[in-house]
Design a protein around this ligand. Sequence first.
Ligand code: NAD
Ligand code: UFG
Length: 337
Amino acid sequence: MNQILVTGGAGYIGSHTCVVLAEAGYGVTILDNLCNSRAEVLARLQMLCPTKLEFIKGDIRDPVLLEQVFKARQYQAVIHFAGLKAVGESTVQPLAYYENNVCGTLALLKAMQHHGPKSIVFSSSATVYGDPHAVPIKEDFPTSATNPYGRTKLMIEEILADLHRADTGWSIARLRYFNPVGAHESGLIGEDPLGVPNNLMPYVAQVAAQRRPYLNVWGNDYDTPDGTGIRDYIHVLDLAKGHLSALRYLEQHSELITLNLGTGRGYSVLEMVAEFERACGLKIPCRMGPRRKGDIAQCFADPTRSWELLNWRATRGLAQMCKDAWHWQCSEKLRNE
Ligand code: NAD
Ligand code: UFG
């Protein structure tokens, strides 16, 4: 069985990708230090996977551990999710972000160069487009960053490009995610942010669950039809399947590819709230607030290249995203009672 090493596989996107990989017949080993995920998730994740998952608790910045991991087993490829991802936190603790994301990726790549596979799928982000001059966003649009988190993604993208330039034996996918939401339909895995959620959907779900009194809508004076920000929300399982497609592509091509993973459709904050209200049958109280620093009006993908190259496209709509997010929220509540 072809074995894939999934760094950060206990996290939100990683866990869903592990299910998709296991269902497709790959063996999966997770390497995660659990700095933003919980060990309990692993047992539930195992229930969704037809084959036994391997779990290594450890840090991608640990070269000794990485050497052991790659010597102990032959991996076909690495899917690299491990990283810190909170934009606001990155402005307060930039060094932690450069250390974890950039140095961690360097340590991983060095270990792969010496002992591991030369094939990697990397979690990049639509944040690398900065404030785009137009929408939908194509992969060849200019890149920029407005915060340390975004800069780590840009730096890693550059490191990967240099690596491929130096040695074309590497197979590299830089996947730029738009806004992943939703959860596995079982309610067993999903997004479980620690503390106050930064992102819209987990916040809306917590308001619906009466864990928070109302949603702050950050700005209703943007140049959009209802004045609120527009984003490209993509179901996390569609995103996970994009990784499987990229992995399969890299099996056949030792190339560097850069792809948008989005749906190609943008929805406003108020449209998302209305859809979530339909899914949960409850009213989500909202309060209009000022614009959030660093936010942009509109961000949605042109996913044409992913379709042409990978034959991949998102299939789940907004109703499914909200239904699954709500089911996950209710299931978590029951488990915590
Ligand atoms: P997550 O925090 O749920 O998962 C990341 C996992 O990596 C966690 O389980 C964490 O414990 C682990 N981790 C972090 N640093 C590590 C280290 N040094 N060694 C080992 N494990 C480590 O985040 P997610 O939402 O699943 O995001 C996965 C990746 O996708 C991240 O790189 C993130 O930057 C990127 N991304 C996420 C989004 C989003 O909106 N969720 C959007 C674009 C890109
Ligand atoms: N929003 C609110 N209230 C909230 C949270 C968000 O009104 O409590 C609004 C935002 O202003 C924005 C929209 O909802 O208009 C989406 O905000 P998110 O924080 O959910 O998502 P972002 O597009 O700002 O950023 C996310 C990740 C980034 C990533 C980017 C693209 O946080 O790390 O998607 O993938 F880079």
